[in-house]
Ligand binder design. Structure first.
Ligand code: KG4
Ligand code: ZN
Length: 334
């Protein structure tokens, strides 16, 4: 059998996801059950609620993914599952489901790092070529990852405080927008003018790290000060100014990393890749510098299991086997 068919499972945060992927790049099925509605009224993900949802959903999502792919377990070569990082209770549901399936059907098990998954979402769209850089931007992560070959990840920069998506969600909450706020801020930003002065955290001149908590506080302070003076700042201008500051730093640092690492390939990954302003600026910069840029469609940017199956395929081919001691690792490093 020349074809490698991998079942992927992802439960690190608030999506229960199962997918079947052929040869690392062909999606046979990609089923995602989102819990956003359940967490909305709390203004963020509640870990205990997330775990319960995963337990309730897992068998249904699994059955759906297998049926849609028109495969049964005889066709499956290995099971790939997110082992971390993420919410420990949430991770454990996916890891234990994967272990149970691996044991029952006598299949090899491959633990996958969640960020490796986000990066490999790009491999589904267009085969990865090396060396390359990925800008990973999500609700939990902001990282610049350099890769010289498949499966080798070098984190050259990361956030020292809030993740980009987290900053978006907190600013959105301050502006009275619903959770998750990122898409609302993005939309408002396009209706406003970036005419409010906000800081940009460049950090040390040679650093590829990020920091967004100062910017978030500056937005809160600016709104507060205006209110005290009896002014009402147009929230679309606040959104536009915040977004410009975020994108300025993300794009400038990413392009500097592209230059320093001498890569001609850049990938965008994670839920914040949906941001229209970020996509536009990165696309323009890459065109100007002759860098090949890949941005997955939205369904592969947000958490899903096809990306885990894709990364899992590469790791399986490289000989990775996790065995029955596999555990959920909330702080797993790439
Ligand atoms: O990757 P993801 O689905 O989940 C994590 O692994 O974190 O990313 C979700 C994050 C949320 O913080 C959400 O507000 C943000 O991505 N997001 C956006 C946009 N769409 C989603 N942030 C800014 N602009 C957007 N258009
Ligand atoms: Zn994610």
């Amino acid at each position: 059998n020349m074809n490698l068919i991998i079942l992927g499972i992802e439960t690190s945060c608030d999506e229960t996801a199962v997918a079947v992927v052929k040869n690392g790049r062909e999606i046979l099925s990609n089923v995602v059950s989102s819990q956003i509605e359940s967490h909305k009224r709390f203004g963020g993900v509640v870990p205990e609620i997330a775990s319960r949802h995963h337990v309730e959903q897992m068998t249904y999502i699994l059955e759906e993914a297998m049926a849609e792919a028109e495969v049964n377990f005889e066709d499956i070569d290995a099971i790939a599952v997110t082992e971390g990082p993420g919410l420990v209770g949430a991770l454990l549901i996916g890891v234990n489901a994967a272990k149970a399936l691996a044991f029952a059907h006598n299949k090899p098990l491959v633990g996958v790092h969640h960020i490796a998954g986000h990066i490999y979402a790009n491999h589904i769209i267009e085969e990865l070529t090396f060396p390359l850089l990925t800008l990973v931007v999500s609700g939990g992560h902001t990282e610049l990852v350099y890769m010289e070959e498949h499966g080798s990840f070098q984190v050259i920069g990361e956030t020292r405080d809030d993740a980009v998506g987290e900053a978006y969600d907190k600013v959105a909450r301050t502006l009275g927008l619903p959770y998750p706020g990122g898409p609302h801020v993005d939309k408002l930003a396009h209706e406003g003018e970036a005419n409010i002065e906000l800081p940009r955290a460049w950090l040390e001149p040679d650093s590829f790290d990020f920091s967004f908590s100062g910017l978030k506080s500056a937005v809160i302070n600016t709104l507060h000060n205006a209110k005290q003076k009896g002014q009402e700042l147009p929230i679309e201008n606040v959104a536009a100014s915040f977004q410009e500051s975020v994108i300025d730093v993300l794009v400038t640092k990413t392009m500097r990393a592209v230059e320093e690492k001498q890569v001609n390939r850049l990938l965008l990954a994670g839920g914040v890749a949906a941001n229209k302003g970020l996509r536009e600026r990165l696309t323009a910069e890459c065109e100007r510098k002759g860098i090949k840029l890949t941005i997955p469609p939205l369904s592969l940017c947000t958490d899903n299991a096809a990306m885990i199956a894709s990364a899992g395929t590469i790791m399986y081919k490289a000989g990775k086997r996790s065995g029955d001691r596999l555990n959920g690792e909330p702080g797993l490093v790439l």
